[in-house]
Design a protein around this ligand. Structure first.
Ligand code: NAP
Length: 339
C-alpha cells in the first residue's frame, strides 16, 4: 500500500544535497507498489521521476511538478548456473555496495572492482557503471523493467540494453519510459581478478589477490581519492572521459606529448579528463563559490555547502568551455539533470 507524501525536499534524497521539492513523493517497496504509484500519477496526469540512491543526478532548484517514485524493491537471489557459476537476481532498490559486499562474502567473483560505489542496483545498468576496468555491461544477463506506458514488466537481454561507455538504452528518450525493477548478473566462483589499472597494480604487485583482498583494496583506494559522502555533497564523476578519433588524438599528442590515451575496441581513444583538468588546465581543487572540483580527483564536482543546481550547472559549463578551448574536445556529462 503506497503512502504518498507532499512537498518533499529532494535535496534530502540526493547525494549532491541539491534539489527543490517534489509535489508528490512515493516510495515503492514492491512491484505492486510501483504499479500503484504509476496509477497515482496517471490518474492525475502527472509526470513520473523515478529515483534510486540519488547519487548520479542533479535535481533542479525548482523541484518536480509531478510524482517522484523512490525505487526500493528489495531482494538478492543466487542460483547456480552451469555456464558460468552463479546467477544473481537483485531487486533494483538494493544498495549496490551491500550487494557487492554480499557477493564477495559468498565467494562470487565479478562485481568486486565496483566496490564502494554509491547508489542502488537499479541505477547501474542505466549508465553502465564501471570502475577499474570492469563495467556492469560485461556482467549483466538481463534487466527487468516496468513499462510506464503499457503497465507490463519487460525483460531486456544484454544486447537490448545497448550498453555503451557510461550509457545504455535506458538513457535514451525511448528508454526513459521504463523503470528498472531487477537486474540479473552473471557471477562466477572461478577466481578472475582484474587488476590492470595502475592503482591496483600498485596495490598488488606480483601478488595474485583473493576476492576479499580486491574489494578491500578498491575500498581503500577510493577512500583516498573520492570524497566521503558524509562530508561532501557530490554525485561522483560529473563528466565522462572523452573518447576521440585517432586523428584527433594524434593532434592532441603533437601539442601535449604527455597526454595519456587508452585505445577502445571501436578504434577511438579514451583520454582521461582528469589529466586535462589537472595537468593542462590546473583545475584540481578549483572553486567558484560553493562549487568546485575535488582535490583528490578533479572529475568529481563538489557542493561545499549551499550550492544550487544553477551554480553547479554554471560551474560545469565553465569547465566544458575551458576544456573545449584548450583541446577542441566537447566533453559530456555523466550526471543527469532532473527533471
Ligand atoms: P585512474 O586510475 O586515475 O585513471 C584515469 C582514467 O583513465 C580513468 O577514468 C580510466 O577510465 C582511464 N584508465 C586508467 N587506466 C586505464 C586502463 N588500464 N585501461 C583503460 N582506461 C584506463 O582513475 P580514477 O579516477 O582513480 O578512477 C578509478 C576508476 O573508478 C575508474 O575506472 C573510474 O571510471 C571509476 N570511477 C567512477 C566514478 C563515477 O562516479 N562514475 C567515480 C570515481 C571513479 P575509466 O573511467 O573508463 O575506467
Amino acid at each position: 500500500m503506497i503512502d504518498p507524501k507532499e512537498g518533499v525536499r529532494l535535496a534530502d534524497h540526493t547525494t549532491f544535497h541539491i534539489g527543490g521539492t517534489a509535489d508528490h513523493f512515493i516510495t515503492a517497496h514492491s512491484l505492486d507498489e510501483l504499479k500503484e504509484a504509476c496509477s497515482f500519477a496517471r490518474e492525475r496526469s502527472l509526470p513520473i521521476l523515478p529515483i534510486g540512491g540519488g547519487s548520479n543526478i542533479l535535481v533542479r532548484d525548482d523541484g518536480v511538478r509531478g510524482v517522484v517514485i523512490k525505487i526500493a524493491l528489495p531482494g538478492i537471489v543466487y542460483e547456480p548456473d552451469e555456464a558460468y557459476g552463479v546467477r544473481a537476481t537483485v531487486g533494483a532498490g538494493e544498495s549496490w555496495d551491500a550487494f557487492v559486499a554480499d557477493a564477495v562474502l559468498n565467494g562470487y567473483w565479478g562485481v568486486e572492482n565496483l566496490s564502494a560505489i554509491p547508489g542502488t542496483v537499479g541505477a547501474t545498468p542505466i549508465q553502465n557503471v564501471g570502475a577499474y576496468g570492469v563495467e556492469v555491461a560485461s556482467l549483466i544477463e538481463y534487466v527487468e523493467a516496468f513499462d510506464t506506458h503499457s503497465g507490463e514488466v519487460r525483460r531486456f537481454t544484454n544486447d537490448e540494453c545497448a550498453f555503451g561507455y557510461r550509457s545504455s538504452f535506458f538513457k535514451t528518450d525511448e528508454g526513459q519510459r521504463y523503470i528498472v525493477t531487477a537486474v540479473c548478473f552473471k557471477l562466477t566462483r572461478v577466481p578472475t581478478p582484474h587488476i590492470h589499472y595502475k592503482d591496483l597494480v600498485r596495490a598488488f604487485g606480483d601478488h595474485v589477490p583473493e576476492l576479499q583482498e580486491v574489494r578491500d583494496a578498491v575500498i581503500r583506494i577510493r577512500a583516498r581519492k573520492f570524497p566521503d559522502l558524509a562530508t561532501y555533497g557530490t554525485a561522483g564523476s560529473f563528466f565522462k572521459n572523452p573518447r576521440v578519433s585517432s586523428a584527433q588524438f594524434t593532434e592532441l599528442k603533437d601539442r601535449y606529448p604527455d597526454i595519456p590515451g587508452f585505445p577502445e575496441v571501436d578504434g577511438r581513444i579514451k583520454v582521461p579528463l582528469g589529466w586535462i583538468l589537472d595537468k593542462l588546465l590546473g583545475l584540481r581543487g578549483y572553486r567558484e563559490g560553493a562549487v568546485g572540483t575535488y582535490e583528490g580527483q578533479s572529475l568529481v564536482l563538489v557542493n561545499f555547502g549551499g550550492a544550487t543546481a544553477l551554480n553547479v550547472d554554471a560551474f560545469a559549463r565553465t569547465i566544458e568551455t575551458k576544456v573545449f578551448d584548450a583541446t577542441g574536445v566537447e566533453i559530456e556529462r555523466e550526471v543527469m539533470l532532473k527533471p
